[in-house]
Ligand binder design. Structure first.
Ligand code: PMP
Length: 452
């Protein structure tokens, strides 16, 4: 028998890396959700492509959990990041910089409904800060969450993502709250008591919870993009706006995924519904680590309140580090450039993929529905687009979805191999990438159709 200290002889090169890392990193990698089947160690990314340690090439639709809107290693962005270092910029940790101001101006030009912005390092920081601001603003503690909305790794939001039916009490709850299901150990019960998960697209549930508790904030992705692409029903976001105004809580749109992917103005731009606060990350820096909290001037200015009891701490050693700032400026300039027409290109490719997939699923007789918002897309193996987590959990063919993703990876098309995870298209993808993807889909469906 192999002892734990000896390397098992049958490991492939990717597994060897994980095995070696596991001696020094719990689980062998820095973000445990990256541990998938198949396990692939990537070594290079360029444009729309990834290469693994065995030099296999993939067309990438995972895009690093969706930040890469321009594609991997965008040359203009890399040039800007390198230029920032070569020009002697450093993370001085004292005083303002012109660059953070330039980034803020560009950012707010894209988001006319936001008055001010603060930059942070990760989406999780941004969402936790947003709720802190809302609590300071309202003087209340309770928070409404959405079942199936991922809003980061902090205690105040890390609950009720892909909960099981048992965890939720065995039946869907309409017009009221679910039990709290933390997705991390170590969440004090006292904190859990302030969280109130409800289903997406259920306004009555929000009203019911707001009647019962003093709500500081409701946070939701405006379209759920951590369980595929679940859009809000017509009138839902407007209804949330009205409920927030009626009950005096702050409405927070977590646009870490939808922001700059739905379009330049995020989902708020598309829907026309103005949140009090919103959070961004991912696409606005095309993969560099930076995030943002934006919102109306009064709550944002709590960071500089004269009243120490109301003042919210926004600080961080690495906030607006010059390298991600330069990268984000370069990315925003490209996204805003009418001559490039990034969003036009993305829409055209995404339509081409969607149409091709629809035809193929129909031809192979496989029940599937494609949900898509711009370049964010997901195939659901069920006969309609789900409107909440319960529908998705109970009607989607999760097993077939997993096999489909794994078989596509075998054919060089990389979708994250976890059922219902959203796919993304980047500006670097081409017509021929879509054609190749559809050919692989045809082949894979031919193989899988008899396994159902
Ligand atoms: N909010 C949403 C909507 C997200 O998708 C994510 C990350 N997937 C986060 C917050 C947390 O962002 P980060 O991983 O950068 O902390």
């Amino acid at each position: 028998m192999t002892s734990p200290t000896e390397e098992p002889p049958t490991l492939n090169r990717s597994q060897k890396i994980l095995w070696r890392n596991s001696k020094v990193i719990p689980g062998g990698l820095a973000s445990i959700n990256r541990k998938t089947e198949p396990l692939i160690a990537f070594v290079r990314g360029q444009g729309a492509y990834l290469w693994d340690i065995d030099d296999n090439q993939y067309i990438d639709y995972h895009c690093g959990f969706s930040p890469y809107i321009l594609g991997h290693n965008d040359p203009d962005q890399n040039h800007a990041a390198i230029a920032a270092m070569e020009s002697g910029r450093s993370n001085y940790g004292s005083g303002p910089t012109e660059d953070e101001g330039e980034l803020a101006e560009l950012f707010l030009r894209c988001l006319p409904m936001a008055d001010k912005v603060q930059f942070l390092n990760s989406g999780s920081e941004a969402t936790a800060q947003a709720i802190r601001v809302a609590r300071a603003w309202t003087g209340r503690d309770h928070v409404i969450l959405i079942q199936g909305s991922y809003n980061g790794n902090q205690n105040v939001v890390a609950a009720n993502l892909m909960s099981t039916a048992d965890q939720l009490g065995g039946q869907p709850v309409v017009g009221d709250e679910y039990p709290v299901v933390p997705i991390t150990a170590g969440t004090p019960l006292a904190e859990q008591a302030h969280l109130h998960p409800v289903e997406f697209n259920d306004l009555e549930a929000v009203r019911c919870v707001a009647e019962r508790y003093d709500i500081a904030a409701m946070i939701t992705e405006p379209a759920l993009q951590n369980i595929g692409v679940v859009p809000p029903a017509p009138g839902y976001l407007e209804g949330l706006r009205r409920l927030a105004d009626t009950y005096g809580f702050l409405l927070i749109f977590d646009e870490v995924k939808t922001g700059f992917r739905t379009g330049l103005g995020g989902y708020q731009g598309l829907s026309g519904v103005r949140p009090d606060l919103s959070t961004f990350g991912k696409a606005f820096a095309n993969g560099f680590p930076i995030a943002a909290l934006t919102g109306k001037v009064a709550p944002m200015d709590l960071a500089i309140s004269d009243d120490p009891v109301k003042r919210v701490l926004i600080s961080g050693t690495y906030n607006c580090h010059p390298v991600p700032v330069a990268a984000a400026i370069a990315c925003l300039r490209k996204l805003m450039d009418p001559a490039l027409d990034v969003y036009g290109h993305l829409e055209q490719l995404a339509q081409q993929l969607e149409q091709g997939q629809c035809e193929l699923f129909a031809r192979h007789g496989i029940t599937a529905t494609i949900s898509r918002i711009g370049s964010a897309h997901c195939v659901y193996f069920m006969d309609h687009v789900p409107s909440n987590w319960w529908q998705l959990m109970s009607e989607h063919d999760h097993q077939f979805d997993l096999h489909y993703r794994q078989a596509m990876i075998d054919r060089g098309i990389y979708h994250f191999p976890i059922p219902t995870k959203q796919g993304s298209i980047s500006f670097a993808h081409t017509d021929s990438d879509i054609d190749q993807t559809l050919k692989a889909t045809d082949h894979v469906l031919g193989l899988l159709v008899n396994t159902r």
